[in-house]
Structures are given as structure tokens and as C-alpha cells.
Design a protein around this ligand. Structure first.
Ligand SMILES: *Cc1c(COP(=O)(O)O)cnc(C)c1O
Length: 389
């Protein structure tokens, strides 16, 4: 299986068939597992083998299939499924946190990731923020004694792209752990592990579920990190992934490549149609040559992504009338869904940020985040152009 391409692994990776030989992966909706004898129970608590389970907070066969399949797609040795993307970030950071440790992070992060980093400061963790696009800032901040570097490959909502190989190179010189939240890029055509990430995190709620159904998260890395560092903390602290959600996300991995590529192709078509539009002060799409990190994006991913950011020249009023005039996309705050989703970050997901920080991050009153879905691209372009008028 190691030689297979990601698309093949996405269909066959991690399969564990029961004695019935079912074709579709089974859902094991069970909390616990029966032992044939007290001797067997004792042996399993001493050492739990790869096909043995104790309790669903520690592991479950359906969850295991999902973890193994995603680890195979990303090219990592192992993985651990958790209840949400934020559980994945929180448990990763808590599993390694120590008073006096130093974390260097990109400033442009998902709001809840920022919240966790700020929370860690209560326990004597030093967190230093840099402009993720500026290599000189990374170089200056990742000093000897830095323990961990945290980035999102493509930032939310302004779609800044981090040069993973460059930042991972700096992290590894000082022995820091490179942790990458790769949710916006998705594993399709963009392995963060291949770019040097030691730990890769996905909110599987997004592109991987792809249908807006259930929350999930996963942490991928070396067997040593997952089993030696992550699992001991995770299994005792209860952020376990529901087997039902693991099953939904496991099955959704089969179509992930098709879905993400179709969404990215539509996003590129929308970006081309909107480039230079007079109602827009700014159009951000990593697949456009005008994007400041276009070259980095093109090197790291074989598509331009599924997300666009449109900055309406008329500010908040123009952004709101645009959102109200659209007929196809729904107004919500998820992303990676089959349905196109539009978000006004300044008044929703990033509302709590002080104005000064919004300004620094480019979250202007006119900014609209657009998650491109699976609708017909021509319909989307027509809807957007009409709404802009
Ligand atoms: C949504 C998101 C998360 C959080 O995931 P949940 O599943 O909602 O907990 C973390 N990071 C990024 C980049 C996200 O987009």
C-alpha cells in the first residue's frame, strides 16, 4: 500500500473487515469490548495490540480505520481521531505544554487557535507571534530554545500562504516541533508532512466531511509522537471522536479528491471572472498570479484552493447588500461544504478582535469570505456578478 497514490489510499486505506467480509466499512457503535477471560483482559491492559481495543475513549475499530486512512493519505506513520478540529489543536498543545516553553506562531490564525495560545500563557508558556509571510520575522523569532512552531498553511480569512518548507527548516535547526493546521488546504494535492510538518492537524468538519454533517478532528504524525506523546494525554482527557462521525468522515474520504478539485476549479473560474471588477477593492485567491504568495502556493499545492476573499470597495454596507443579493451561497461560517458558503468575518467569526488587530490582519469591513461549493461554476459566477451589481 505504501506505493499507492493518495487517491487509492483514500478508497482502500485502513480497511478492517469483520468476519462477515462486508464491502462498506462497518460502524462499530460500541463503547467497550468483551474479553474472553480475565487473563485476556489483563494482557490487553498490559499491552494493547494493533487489532485490540479496550474502551472507545482509547480507540474504536471504526475510528481506527479513519485514522489509518487519513494517515496514509497524508503520508504519516500514525494518527489519532478526536471530537473536533479544536480538540485536535488543544490536545496537541496540552500534550507538549510545559511552563517556560516557547512557541512561535503566525499571527493570522483561526480565532479559537489564538484563544488556546493565549490561554497557555496562563501556565507560563511564552507565545511569540510573527507575520507568517515574512521569512525574516520567522528567522528572528525561531531562536534556540524554541520548542514549537504553529501555523495554518492558508490563513483564515485573508488566505495568506505560509512557506511550510522554509519555516519547518528553521524550526528543525533549533529542534522545535513543527505543528501545521492544514485544514484550509485539505490533504488533496498538498501534503503538509511532505513539506516538513512534524504534526499535521485537520478539522475534518470542513472539506473532509464536505456535507456539513458532523464535527471531527485528527492529529497525524510519527508513531513515536502519536503513541508516545499524544495518545497518553488524549485517552485520559476525553476528546474522543464518535464512531458514527468517524464513519461519516471515513466514507467521505473516498470522494475528497474529486470534491476538492472540483471546488478548486470553480474557485479559479470565479477568481478569473472577478479579477479587476470595479466593485472590489481586493480579490484574494492563492491561485491568482496577483496573490503575493502565489509562487509558494503553486509549489505547495497542485490547485489554488477552494476559498476566496472578496473585499468590497463600499465597506460593510456593500458587503451586506452583496450577501443579501446572493441566491445560491448560504450565509454561514463553515467551509469546505458542497454548498457554497459566504461569511462576513468582521461581524461574525472575528467580531471579538479589537479593531486594531482586525486592521493588522486585513479583516476590513468590506471583506467577504467565500467557500466555493459543488454547484455549477457558471451559475455561481452569474449569481456573484448579479449580486455585485
Ligand atoms: C474550523 C477550523 C478549526 C476548528 O475546527 P472545528 O472542527 O470547528 O473544531 C481549526 N482550524 C481551522 C483552520 C479551521 O478552519
Amino acid at each position: 500500500m505504501d506505493d499507492w497514490k493518495a487517491k487509492t489510499k483514500a478508497v482502500h486505506g485502513g480497511v478492517r473487515r469483520s468476519q462477515y467480509g462486508e464491502v462498506a466499512e462497518a460502524i462499530f457503535l460500541t463503547q467497550g469490548f468483551v474479553y474472553a477471560s480475565p487473563e485476556q483482559a489483563e494482557a490487553r491492559f498490559v499491552e494493547c495490540g494493533p487489532d485490540e481495543f479496550i474502551y472507545a475513549r482509547y480507540g474504536n475499530p471504526t475510528v481506527r480505520m479513519f485514522e489509518d486512512r487519513l494517515a496514509a493519505i497524508e503520508g504519516c506513520e500514525d494518527g489519532f481521531g478526536v471530537a473536533s478540529g479544536m480538540a485536535a489543536v488543544n490536545v496537541t498543545l496540552m500534550a507538549v505544554a510545559k511552563p517556560g516553553m516557547r512557541i512561535v506562531a503566525a499571527r493570522a490564525l483561526f480565532g479559537s487557535c489564538l484563544y488556546i495560545l493565549e490561554w497557555l500563557a496562563n501556565f507560563g508558556v511564552e507565545v511569540v507571534y510573527v507575520d507568517g509571510r515574512a521569512e525574516a520575522e520567522w528567522r528572528a523569532a525561531i531562536t534556540p530554545g524554541t520548542d514549537l512552531v504553529f501555523v495554518e498553511t492558508i490563513s483564515n480569512p485573508t488566505l495568506e500562504v505560509i512557506d511550510l518548507a522554509a519555516v519547518a527548516g528553521l524550526a528543525h535547526v533549533v529542534g522545535a516541533l513543527m505543528v501545521v493546521d492544514n485544514t484550509f488546504a485539505s490533504p488533496v494535492g498538498a501534503s503538509a508532512a511532505a513539506q516538513g510538518a512534524d504534526v499535521v492537524i485537520y478539522s475534518t468538519t470542513k472539506h473532509i466531511d464536505g456535507g456539513g454533517r458532523g464535527l471531527g478532528g485528527v492529529v497525524l504524525g510519527s508513531a513515536e509522537f502519536i503513541r508516545g506523546t499524544f495518545e497518553p494525554y488524549a485517552k485520559h482527557t476525553g476528546a474522543a471522536l464518535s464512531p458514527f462521525n468517524a464513519w461519516m468522515h471515513l466514507k467521505a474520504l473516498e470522494t475528497l479528491d474529486l470534491r476538492v478539485r472540483a471546488m478548486a476549479a470553480s474557485a479559479a473560474r470565479i477568481a478569473a471572472a472577478l479579477d479587476g471588477h470595479p466593485k472590489l477593492a481586493r480579490l484574494v485567491y492563492p491561485g491568482l498570479g496577483s496573490h503575493p504568495e502565489h509562487a509558494v502556493a503553486a509549489r505547495q499545492m497542485d490547485h489554488g484552493g477552494t476559498m476566496l476573499a472578496l473585499d468590497l470597495a463600499g465597506g460593510k454596507a456593500a458587503a451586506f447588500s452583496f450577501l443579501n443579493a446572493l441566491h445560491i451561497p448560504v450565509i454561514s461560517n463553515n467551509l469546505g461544504d458542497a454548498k457554497s458558503i459566504v461569511t462576513h468575518p468582521a461581524t461574525t467569526t472575528h467580531q471579538r478582535l479589537p479593531d486594531e488587530q482586525k486592521k493588522l490582519l486585513g479583516i476590513t469591513p468590506g471583506l467577504v469570505r467565500f467557500s466555493v461549493g459543488l454547484e455549477d461554476a457558471g451559475d455561481l459566477v452569474a449569481d456573484i456578478l448579479a449580486a455585485l451589481e
